[in-house]
Ligand binder design. Structure first.
Ligand SMILES: Nc1ncnc2c1ncn2[C@@H]1O[C@H](COP(=O)(O)OP(=O)(O)O)[C@@H](O)[C@H]1O
Ligand SMILES: [Mg+2]
Length: 346
């Protein structure tokens, strides 16, 4: 089941190693893997082994017996468990290129790293790709890949600003002439939004909901601002009544979710404002003219583009395919040796 992609086309791959989702791009085929960055670990007889990775592991979250634990090895954009991260990277590489691919010459691999990754983490990511059979491994900064995937003119002497809201982090990059002239990463994104919804529902309704329920509510009815319809848009959440200890369901409106999300949204706005303050004058002038491009799953939250536009006074555009932008950008870099030499660290 794992190896069906291995027989066709090039075996080189580009990987978007995200805190929420890992995507693998193969030239000529596009995105062949798009799965949650989740690993389920089973402890048996004193030893630990990987029970499931990706989609198969995500469905287990909150439902496992004690000897199985699910984890996100990249929770905050930093690797919180090197060993498990390595297992996950290996799994996805092998799934993308198959055993035949591993046995032949080994793939060239381009991997996006969060701009906040330390040198130790970068070494670990590189080592994982080598251990998984990579022949050559190139690292590229995630905001750079996002900007390329969004079609921004990264090679020109024009300032382009990209805001990528992922699961664990929000990354902001300002790029000109193939350089990240300013890059920053903060530990706020889709997961913090889910936590904010969980905390709100618990506080207001005495109901403990799971991570998956909070995320579903966010995607179904979440918004960054209240609109005239917000009181009429309603979602349902089931969980456990904290006081009575019994299952219970509540209705919650979009207006309430806007209130719940206030803190993470304001943190995201602050990161964008601080990046604008750090931009050099000529580059800032370009950003004022050309606006901000948003990528990442978090940018799909309703009206988050409007909030950022209102707060900064700049035009804001959502990339065409926010969830796969980084993988497409990394793929472009993989396919173009000139890009690879100038944008990556080997
Ligand atoms: N329609 C949506 N509305 C709000 N959030 C969304 C939507 N779709 C996805 N997300 C959120 O986007 C995040 C994942 O985005 P992604 O760019 O894949 O993150 P990462 O790059 O960190 O893996 C998750 O927190 C997910 O809940
Ligand atoms: Mg990402």
């Amino acid at each position: 089941m794992l190896f069906r992609f291995g027989s066709i086309g090039s075996r080189d791959i580009a990987i978007d190693l995200g805190t929420a989702n890992t995507l693998v791009y193969v030239p000529g085929q596009g995105v062949v893997i798009d799965e949650p960055s989740v690993v389920a670990i089973e402890t048996a007889g004193g030893s630990r082994h990987v029970r499931a990775v990706g989609s198969e592991a995500k469905v287990l979250i909150g439902k496992t017996p004690e000897h199985i634990q699910t984890c996100r090895p990249l929770t905050d954009g930093v690797i919180n468990n090197l060993e498990i991260a390595e297992e996950m990277i290996k799994h996805f590489i092998q799934k993308a290129i198959g055993v035949q691919g591993m046995l032949s010459r080994g793939p060239e691999v381009v991997i996006c790293v969060p701009s906040g990754a330390t040198s130790v983490e970068r070494r670990a990511i590189r080592a994982a790709a080598f251990n998984a059979g990579g022949r050559e491994v190139w690292l590229i900064e995630e905001p750079m890949a996002a900007a390329i995937g969004a079609g921004l003119p990264v090679a020109e002497p024009i300032g382009s600003m990209v805001v990528d809201i992922g699961g664990g982090t929000t990354e902001v990059g300002i790029i000109s002439m193939k350089c990240l002239t300013y890059g920053t990463s903060a530990r706020v994104g889709g997961h913090k939004m889910d936590e904010a919804i969980t905390a709100y529902v618990r506080r207001k309704y005495n109901l403990q909901i799971g991570e998956g329920t909070a995320e579903r509510i966010k995607v179904e009815i979440g918004s960054a601002v209240v609109t005239p319809e917000s009181h009429l848009i309603v979602g349902h959440a089931s969980g456990q009544d904290v006081a009575k200890g019994v299952p219970h369901e509540i209705s919650v409106s979009q207006a309430e979710i806007v209130e719940a999300l206030r803190e993470p949204i304001s943190q995201i706005v602050q990161i964008v404002e601080s990046a604008l303050e750090h931009a050099k004058p000529e580059i800032a002038a370009d950003v004022i003219d050309r606006g901000i491009t948003m990528t990442g799953g978090g940018s799909l939250l309703r009206n988050i583009d409007k909030v950022i536009a209102d707060e900064t006074g700049l035009p804001v555009r959502l990339a065409e395919a926010p969830l796969i932008c980084v993988a497409l950008g990394a793929g472009r870099v993989l396919e173009d040796p000139a890009y690879r030499e100038s944008l990556c660290t080997a």
